[in-house]
Design a protein. Sequence first.
Length: 117
Amino acid sequence: MNTATNTLDTQAYRDQMQRAALAFLHRHQAEHLGDDTQLIERATDYLTRALEVPLFMASTLVERAFLQLSSPTWVGIDLAESGCRDDICLIDSRNGNRTWVRRRVIPDAFLARFTTP
């Protein structure tokens, strides 16, 4: 199997598991109105036990799904996916589509919302 196909399979798997995490969060968010931490822990536990996702990956996927759940905006930035400092991955949270753009075309004020603590 070539590397490009393997990378696509890995990304498709991650996208599918992130959608599963988002669905879990939607189903159970009313049970944890005041405690997001417990909801995130339950979603991570669900991915690791029911879907056998490795813990390191489940945590990341649940965090990304939680950002989709709580974000009213439809565009996001995934800095972790970028292999190069010059590229940024923009994510359409409505459908999960990803687009790679050069960092220099994104206004600094917009980037600051995602890079500062």
